[in-house]
Design a binder for this molecule. Structure first.
Ligand SMILES: C[S@@+](CC[C@H](N)C(=O)[O-])C[C@H]1O[C@@H](n2cnc3c(N)ncnc32)[C@H](O)[C@@H]1O
Length: 239
């Protein structure tokens, strides 16, 4: 069943997977890009390279945009490896151009050009990530479009399934109604608890999180984003 859209028909799922793959193959010249051949979880050794000491964290970013955040994250966290899902191919190419320039001979980034609203838990291995970062997901303000939102009922379970024990989830949005919806969904989830004290959100970006491209634009336009950090509850196991 495809992730956010609740695609219950196997035929539709196969059809969407075919479309997603066909579009992604335009990026097959990029060695950092992973295009899943089948709709099953990718093996971890395709997503991450084995570091000699294996101390680095494994981070997933959903909707990496122009890559400004992830490049700075990799600079600030030199042992981390990052997997990014992003649908727009020009944004992936721009990210990879800068990555190759600044991270010569490093294998710390993999990008998956697949719609995470269609396929997420189907193609990512369970319990593989230490952290998931979602910066400024599309807010889909109209109620009839809420079904396209990433953070919607069922979201905490989908995220929890991807995290290792001790894993965490970072969410940021500049859109107040979406922030309130996120808070409602996450506070009701048994899989997570807030890592923040007080109202479960911050109005200033945590110091260890670099700014994103979209955040800079929105702040310049006068918006004050919301930042949330949630930890996987101990009782939840990826099995
Ligand atoms: C508002 S932008 C934020 C980009 C970046 N995180 C930032 O803060 O600058 C949302 C990003 O998510 C990507 N995106 C939206 N829906 C997606 C989906 N279903 N699958 C993959 N990427 C998606 C968009 O292409 C866009 O780059």
């Amino acid at each position: 069943m495809a992730a956010a859209m609740n695609i219950s028909s196997p035929d539709l799922s196969r059809h969407l997977f075919h479309i997603a793959r066909r579009s992604a193959t335009r990026l097959q010249d990029c060695p950092e890009v992973i295009i899943p051949e089948t709709c099953v979880p990718l093996p971890e050794n395709r997503l991450f390279c084995q570091s000699s000491d294996n101390t680095g964290r494994r981070i997933l970013e959903l909707g990496s945009g122009w890559g400004e955040f992830l490049l700075q994250w990799l600079r600030m966290n030199p042992t981390d490896q990052l997997v990014a899902m992003e649908i727009k191919q020009d944004r992936i190419r721009r990210t990879l151009k800068k990555y190759r320039r600044d991270f010569v001979d490093q294998q710390r980034l993999r990008m998956i050009p697949i719609n995470f609203g269609w396929f997420l838990n189907e193609i990512l291995p369970p319990g593989a990530f230490d952290g998931i970062i979602i910066n400024f997901p599309d807010p889909w303000p109209k109620r009839r479009h809420w079904k396209h939102r990433l953070v919607r009922p069922g979201f905490p379970g989908r995220m929890a399934a991807l995290l290792r024990p001790g894993g965490w989830l970072h969410l940021a949005t500049d859109y107040g109604p979406y922030a309130r919806r996120m808070l409602h969904i996450m506070r009701s989830a048994t899989e997570f608890h807030s890592m923040l004290t007080g109202p479960d959100y911050l109005r200033e970006r945590p110091a260890d999180f670099p700014p994103t491209y979209f955040e800079k634009i929105q702040k310049a336009a006068g918006y004050r984003p919301f930042y949330m950090q949630w930890a996987l509850s101990e009782s939840v196991s990826p099995d």
